[in-house]
Design a protein around this ligand. Sequence first.
Ligand SMILES: [Zn+2]
Length: 291
Amino acid sequence: MKLVEGITYSHEHVKIDLSGVKNNEDCNLNVFDETVEEFKELYTKGVRNIIEVTNRGIGRDVEYIKAVAKETDLNILCSTGYYKSPFFPKEVYDLSSKQLAKIMIDEIINGIEDSGVRAEVIGEIGTSQNSIEEEEKKVFIAGALAHVETGKAIITHTTLGKLGLEQIDLLKSHGMNIEKLIISHVDLTGDLDYILRLIDKGANVAFDTIGKENYQPDGVRIDMLKEICKRGLSDKVLMSMDITRKSHLKGRGGIGYSYLLDNFIPRLIENGVSAEDIKTITEKNIVTILN
Ligand SMILES: [Zn+2]
């Protein structure tokens, strides 16, 4: 499936269930009508593509995604892979990196289950906050092998933005083309020098926790983006909301998916980021990375 011309949200979950491990029903995002309503609004504001980074073991539901796409006309790309410890399904503990890569490659080439939908991305595969755990390492090696075989991009999860450099080293040592890597949640670090180092290594960086001000004020995100754009590096940045909870949705008191367009981008413009840089970040970069 190709991208449609327009805005892409690069890191989202249409449906995800982390409620078991987190022991919190709010983390079971499964409210079809409310999601459809918000996605229809996104469409009117120019969004055309959603990269859905839910994968094996955390409630990925391709038939549900297909139904949302049909109702909203949004192009929703699906993912393969495994999230992070302790959210892994049993197969991650039982199988080798090679065997896990084979499962990913099968979902990329032949499709996910019997849905007829192929995985377009390997993601979000993640690491813990202070170390890459054994099973996480296994999944990263599997992801790199699947990337080498299929050319598909990898979207990683970092915990609070940490260990991006270690992720690059690990993937690179197994043959990955780092230009095809998107490191997520880097905005949570608030550390511009660190983010510039990731870019310097060739990786793309995602500011994809926009509006989560309990973790990081948006003012810090804006200051960092302004500086990155000033250095001519807007072609290495992506943006998204990473909505994962029912309470993130508008109807439940949350900021909702459209906050990026309604609130955050206008503030970037007020702070001197050019419309061209915003178009590069929200529309163009993902095309280069996924091609
Ligand atoms: Zn994540």
